[in-house]
Design a protein around this ligand. Structure first.
Ligand SMILES: [Cu+2]
Length: 377
């Protein structure tokens, strides 16, 4: 039952809310959207992310992006295995787009006439019309512009979804990426305190299903459409031939390792549009992890491994405390080592002996210890 005070407060709050609603309609008119400032962003290929403010400087704006769809053959492992890829902007995954809550994402999607297939884009961050998929289906030689309001914060997948079996086929041919909608005042820890990152990397994980010939060798095909029947058969077995980060086994190792310094805080955005995965930073942790990628929920802390559901993107924040090469893997270790889902961070800085020290290096077991060991049995 309400007390008189609560009832009064309630009515006051309701009146205030109504007044606010009257002043700021929830649905902006076309004129209001047209009056918003605009910003044109040039997207960059993952694992890098276009420059952006972590805390929004001003009010909402319309953020313009352009992506060109490219159907092309790409090599996905060290053996030269070819994938008849379909890509957003030429990369697998497509680029990460960063905006703030309340901003409008305005994407121009181009399907050049050099392509052979129809494509579209379904934004998990968007509301209505199949995430925009219903308004963006374009044939080769066409382009379309879609605008949606970023009403929810977090990391969200986008992917191609042209209907029926085209949906999984286009997704496992490389057509996915992610959007990050930051709270206007930036990221917060579990207690609501502001946290920032010094670097950000975007990792898109893909499962590929490359058909084999009678000898067991991976087959090659001329154009994007040629592999459809064979690839569908492999897809229906649900066992990928490759599980990789950023389009290729070894795409983020060696020379291409992601870089950081001891003391730097890194935000790792990880998406998988089709299949579950479980990122793990070997020798490190997730200081703060938004497993489901949605910043309105408090982050989990001190995680060893986190779970990214197929069809979602998660975010993990970690401050590196030791130098060295860190492997960042899908901790299904068969997928990491045998199928390709592993990356490297190369971290520079001073080693901290307090956190870890090799007390004595590997050496032969002393004879006395051997006798002692056998006696004890
Ligand atoms: Cu497509």
């Amino acid at each position: 039952m309400l007390t008189r005070r609560e009832a009064l407060l309630g009515s006051v709050l309701t009146a205030a809310a109504v007044a606010t609603l009257g002043a700021m309609p929830a649905v902006a008119s076309a004129k209001e959207v047209a009056g918003l400032p605009r910003e044109k962003i040039t997207l960059v290929a993952p694992p890098f992310v276009h420059p952006h403010d972590q805390v929004a400087k001003d009010g909402p704006k319309v953020v313009e992006f352009t992506m060109t769809i490219e159907e092309k053959s790409v090599v996905i492992d060290a053996d030269g295995t070819q994938l008849n890829a379909m890509t957003y902007n030429g990369s697998i995954p497509g680029p990460l787009m960063v905006v703030h809550e309340g901003d409008y994402v305005e994407l121009t999607l181009i399907n050049p006439d050099t392509n052979t297939l129809a494509h579209n884009i379904d934004f998990h961050a968007a509301t209505g019309a199949l995430g925009g998929g219903g308004l963006t289906l374009i044939n080769p030689g066409e382009q379309v512009t879609l605008r949606f309001k970023a009403t929810r914060t977090g990391t969200f997948v986008y992917h191609c979804a042209p209907g029926g079996p085209m949906i999984p086929w286009h997704v496992v041919s490389g057509m996915s990426g992610a959007v990050m909608v930051l709270p206007r005042d930036g990221l917060k820890d579990d207690k609501g305190k502001s946290i920032r990152y010094d670097r950000i990397y975007y990792i898109g994980e893909n499962d590929f299903y490359v058909p084999r010939d009678e000898q067991g060798k991976f087959k090659k095909y001329e154009t994007a459409g040629d592999n459809f029947d064979d690839t569908m058969k492999v897809m229906r077995g649900l066992i990928p031939t490759h599980v990789v980060f950023n389009g290729k086994a070894g795409s983020l190792t060696g020379e291409n390792a992601m870089k950081a310094k001891v003391g730097e805080t890194v935000l790792i955005v990880h998406s998988q549009a089709n299949r579950d995965t479980r990122p793990h930073l070997i020798g490190g942790h997730g200081d703060y992890v938004w497993e489901t990628g949605k910043f309105v929920n408090p982050p989990e802390k001190d995680l060893e491994t986190w779970f990214i559901r197929g069809g979602s993107a998660g975010a993990a924040l970690y401050t590196f405390r030791q130098p060295g090469i860190y492997a960042y893997v899908n901790h299904n270790l068969i997928e990491a080592v045998e199928l390709g889902a592993s990356a490297h961070f190369k971290v520079e800085g001073e080693w901290n002996n307090d956190l870890m020290e090799q007390v004595s290096p590997p050496q032969p077991i002393p004879p006395a210890a051997k006798v002692h060991g056998s006696l004890r049995r």
